[in-house]
Design a binder for this molecule. Sequence first.
Ligand SMILES: *Cc1c(COP(=O)(O)O)cnc(C)c1O
Length: 329
Amino acid sequence: MNSKIWLSSPHMGGHELDFVNEAFSTNWIAPLGPNVTGFEDDLKTFLNEDSYVAAVSAGTAALHLALILSDVGPGDEVICQSKTFSASANPIVYQGATPVFVDSERDTWNMCPIQLERAIKDRISKGKTPKAIIAVHLYGMPYKKEEIHAIAKTYNIPVVEDSAEALGSSYKGQKCGTFGEFSILSFNGNKIITTSGGGALVCSTKEEKEKAVFLATQAKDKAVAYVHSHIGYNYRMSNVLAGIGRGQMMILQDHVNKRRANFNFYVSKLNQIKEIEFLQEPEGFYSNRWLTCILLDNKKDQEGVRLFLEKDKYRNTSIMETNAPATGF
Ligand SMILES: *Cc1c(COP(=O)(O)O)cnc(C)c1O
C-alpha cells in the first residue's frame, strides 16, 4: 500500500482521552481547570522545579506575552534569529517594535554569537540598545547557550528563548525551555508533543507567571465589576486541550527517542552521499531531532531533490516497513 509520509504528524500515546474525558465528566470545559494546572505542573517537573509555567493558546501567544513582560513597546528594537519560523518575529511587530535580524552559524544553524555582538554594538552606536533578544533552538538543536547568554548579560539585554521546537532537548544537561528570562514552548499539531494547538510561557518567577496569566485572561482587575485597567488578551489554554497535553507528557521521551532514531536512520542511508551534510550535535548538545534536515552543497541539488521527493512522495510501505521510521514521525 502506498501512503504519503507526512511531515511531523501528531501521535497520541493512548492516555490523552482519559484526561479529556475527565474534563467532560467534571464539566471543566473552560480556559482553566485541573488539566491546565496539571499540565503546567507536568511541564514544571520535566523542565526544572524553579520554572513557573503558564499554559496558553499558542507558542506565538507566549512569545507575545514574553515581549509585553519584557516591556517591549512602540519604537523599540528586538533582535531575532533570522533563520527561524515567522512566528518568532511576528510578536515584535504586534508590539509596534522593529525586528533586527541576526544570521545563524554553521555548528548549530542557530544565532551566531559573533554576529549577535556585532549587531548589538551597531545598534548601540546608533543610540538604540535592543530591548530583547529572541534566540531559537531551530529543528530542536540548542543554540550556543553559553556564548549567547554571556553576550546578552554583558549588554544587559534579556533573552526570550524560543524553545517551540525543542521540548526534550538539552544543553550540558540543562533542559531547553529554561535558559531565557522568558522561554516559550509550542504544542501546535506538528511539534514534538501536541495539544492540537497550544503553547506555554516559562517564567523565572512566580510574580511573572501571575502577571502573564492575568494578561492572558483579559486583564480583569480583582473587583466584582468588570474593571480593566490594563489591555488584556484571551490567550489561556483550554482545559480540554490541556488534557491532551497531560497524556502527551507521558510519552515525550518516547517521541524524542523515535525522532532521534529517524535521524540515525537517515544518516545510515544517506551519509555516503558527499553532497549531503547532516547537522551533528556539538559536544554537550542534545537535540530532540524534531525534524531531520540536511544541507546540500548547491542550490541546483536542493531544487532537484525537492522536485524528486514531490514527484515520489508516496512510499511503498510493504518495502519500507522493515527498516523505515515509525509512521507518524
Ligand atoms: C511553531 C513555532 C512557533 C509558534 O508556535 P505556535 O504554537 O504555532 O503559535 C514559534 N517559533 C517557532 C520556532 C516555531 O517552530
